[in-house]
Design a protein around this ligand. Structure first.
Ligand SMILES: [Zn+2]
Length: 384
């Protein structure tokens, strides 16, 4: 354990000591790449479900992603300060609130048969049905911890990921839609009426969009690469929801090469104002770290610092609008260094520490300009 010399014999909480503490904390972060192990201002609940029995040799979505995260969090000694939630399976009700019986039966059957491929990129192993239920159920348990006041905010480090899974489809490495299951759970078990889902994974959250596109109780916002064609090829500016959900889906289809500046301007000038307008009671984040410039599956150019700023802004909005109620749920991220450091920075931000660790630096590519897209999006969603 680190101790803070400035706190010895000091009156905790005085402005002077807080300033000195902040200074000392920054020094620790900058000079040594680590911070003191003083408790942050926030109590963060963590679910960790590595999905060990759901992994396929050679596939980019594998258990090593979660091991890399765990090892880095351990190395930086941040795990002790988190509230560790006991992993739990989804209830039948939680699964049925999002997926059809046929879809649930298909995943159960495929696992029982010994596994196989559901489409070109999505696999099932014998343990996949249980691991997928454990992932979604544990994310719900973190949401419970936030709702009951046991934690201020939450982080679900789980796999398989979920945002490509629709009510009756498994695709894009996803079997059940974790974030959607948590959203419905919040509505059904806790009476939450307005939920915002922000999806900053580099791929469009097509499953999440499909589940909520007719639903005005869930604002769904997705930033993703679309031009030139990029999986899953959906999420255009004009896709804004249907029926009573019209206007409650916001798609930000970015071009290859968009990075810190572009993401920041989209957040500042579109996403944050829309969140304020919607005034959610809970914010869920589909947190994919595959928009990092080093990711092998994508072509965005966010840096770790850029990612950390986005996470901090979302935390700030949660503090202003919904009593800090925010839960980040892991989606993609296939460059393990970027993934693990992205989660480390997110964990610091959740706990209230002002520290960003970015050993990878910024992208060397010149960033694509998205001014025209931003104008189109503002006209569409903000009526400017
Ligand atoms: Zn992704």
């Amino acid at each position: 354990m680190w101790s803070c010399p400035f706190f010895v014999g000091a009156l905790p909480g005085s402005a002077y000591n807080v300033r000195r503490y902040e200074m000392w904390k920054r020094l620790q972060g900058n000079r040594f790449g680590r911070i003191l192990r003083h408790r942050g201002s926030m109590n963060t609940a963590l679910a960790f479900v590595p999905g060990t029995a759901h992994t396929l040799e050679g596939h980019p979505e594998h258990v090593g992603r979660l091991s890399a995260i765990w090892e880095l969090l351990e190395r930086y000694n941040v795990l002790a300060d988190l509230l560790h939630v006991t992993p739990q399976f989804t209830t039948v009700r939680q699964l049925n609130a999002v997926h059809t019986e046929e879809h649930i039966d298909l995943i159960r059957w495929a696992a029982a048969q010994g596994g196989g491929m559901l489409g070109p990129d999505t696999y099932v192993k014998p343990g996949s049905f249980d691991e997928a239920r454990l992932a979604a159920g544990s994310a719900c348990a973190v949401a419970d911890a936030v709702m009951t006041g046991n934690a201020a905010n939450g982080l679900a480090l789980i796999r398989p990921p979920g945002h490509h899974a629709g009510t009756q489809s498994a695709e894009g490495f996803c079997l059940f839609n974790n974030v959607a299951i948590v959203a419905r759970h919040l509505q059904q078990a806790h009476g939450i009426e307005r939920i915002a889902i922000v999806d900053f994974d580099v791929h469009h959250g097509n499953g999440t969009e499909q589940i909520f596109r007719r639903d005005s109780s869930v604002l769904f916002v997705s930033t993703h690469i679309l031009e030139p064609y990029f999986y899953p090829g959906t999420g255009r500016v004009g896709d804004v929801g249907d029926a009573s959900g019209y206007g409650y889906t916001i798609n930000v289809p970015l071009c290859s090469g968009v990075g810190d500046k572009g993401y920041q301007s989209v957040f500042d000038r579109l996403i944050l104002p829309k969140l304020e307008e919607f005034n959610p009671q809970f914010i869920l984040v589909s947190a994919g770290f595959d928009a990092h410039w080093g990711d092998p599956l994508a072509s965005a150019t966010l840096s770790l610092t850029g990612y950390a700023q986005l996470c901090r802004q979302l935390l700030q909005v949660a503090a202003e609008l919904c009593e800090n109620r925010i839960l980040f749920i892991l989606e993609g991220g296939y460059f393990l260094d970027a993934l693990a450091h992205g989660i480390l920075n997110l964990t610091y931000a959740l706990q209230g520490f002002d520290v960003i660790i970015d050993p990878l630096g910024p992208s060397k590519r010149p960033e694509s300009d998205i001014s025209d897209l931003l104008l189109r999006l503002q006209r569409r969603h903000l009526l400017v």
